[in-house]
Design a protein around this ligand. Structure first.
Ligand code: ADP
Ligand code: NA
Length: 323
């Protein structure tokens, strides 16, 4: 039997190259080996109340991109968190076995308290409990995570252990499956491509938009003139070339170091390769977006699949807890 995987995807709107290479392509690859449950976690997005008027649209954009990227509703359950209300019931019940002290020492929580002490709500401190409910509602055994999310998963495992100790073996302890793709760098020279830094390329961007963004990117700051020798190791365009043109990466490095090749030429090559890479995804995306009824159907059928599993778990949990 295939192991069950759960991943929660935050509805940040359109997927960018960082999300795709770092996470989504892995979701696509896992569809065959595992039973995959992929959930766009809209309730989690409410821990900050900004832009809630965009939430529905962002969820749709995310689902559209995920389908275009290759998630197949025949192979996985793809749905929206709030469409399976059982998750909030389990959240409440798991809250009863979660010591507050565990939640107060979560690093990301402590960071938020420092950053925005005026906006620390009950939902924010309970975030890891809701995340645990997301995973165990489907009795998932495997969770793909980045390094930054390991503390949350460890907490989920502790909550599971505590529940199982109290009420009998109910949930499997979810195991982390570490994401191995190196960080995709930003077009502004920063370490991380990120939507919030606006140094990203969306999967859905047009080829022209993509080329324009790449041509405007920051390269080796020490290379002021075309004739100056460049330093590929400090250049984000070079790092992106490693992602998109690995087969000619030595020539690219050599051309840069010897100044036989300029940054403009290098960027044109990168832009063209990114466009080539994204072309099939974009074609699919345009097709999918034309059929909004299909997207509704995917979300509805995904939620039905998920709810069938969720109801079984909730019934068992309530019975074990004496309800
Ligand atoms: P988070 O900020 O919580 O990591 P994001 O919405 O930024 O979530 O990204 C969603 C997923 O995409 C995460 O798994 C994250 O690790 C991955 N991701 C985001 N940006 C990058 C990037 N620049 N390089 C590699 N992976 C990325
Ligand atoms: Na981000």
């Amino acid at each position: 039997m295939k192991k069950r995987v759960f991943s929660g995807i935050r509805p940040t709107g359109r997927i960018h190259l960082g999300n795709y290479l770092g996470a989504v392509q892995n979701y696509v690859a896992m569809q065959d080996e595992f039973e995959c449950i992929y959930c766009v976690v809209d309730i989690h997005a409410l821990t900050t109340l900004e832009d809630t008027h965009l939430l529905k649209e962002n969820v749709r954009e995310m689902i559209t991109d995920l389908l275009a990227a290759g998630l197949d509703p025949e192979k996985c359950a793809l749905f929206v968190q709030s469409h399976v209300p059982e998750v909030t019931e389990l959240f409440t019940l798991l809250g009863m076995v979660t010591p507050l002290s565990w939640l107060l020492r979560v690093p990301t929580f402590k960071e938020k308290v420092k950053q925005q002490p005026q906006n620390v709500n009950y939902g924010l401190v309970g975030y890891p409990v809701l995340m645990t409910a997301d995973i165990v509602l489907y009795k998932a055994e495997v969770v793909p995570v980045g390094e930054d999310q390991l503390p949350h998963l460890e907490l989920a495992r502790e909550i599971v252990r505590r529940f199982n100790d109290h009420f009998g073996e109910t949930f499997p302890e979810p195991k982390a499956r570490m994401t191995t793709f190196p960080m995709v760098v930003g077009l502004d020279g920063r370490e991380k491509m990120s939507k919030s830094l606006n140094n990203h390329i969306e999967l859905a961007a047009t080829p022209e938009e993509t080329m324009k963004k790449v041509m405007g990117a920051v390269t080796d700051p020490a290379r002021m003139r075309r004739a100056d020798p460049g330093h590929p190791e400090v250049c984000n365009i070079y790092k992106l070339q490693q992602n998109f043109n690995p087969q000619v990466i030595d020539e690219i490095a050599e051309g840069c170091r010897s100044a036989s090749r300029g940054c403009v030429e290098c960027k044109k090559q990168l832009g063209a390769s990114i466009n080539e890479f994204l072309a099939p995804i974009r074609v699919r995306r345009i097709e999918i977006a034309k059929d909004q009824a299909y997207i509704d159907r995917v979300m509805k059928e995904g939620a039905e699949k998920a709810r069938a599993l969720a109801r079984v778990t909730i019934t068992e949990v309530k019975q074990r807890m004496g309800l």
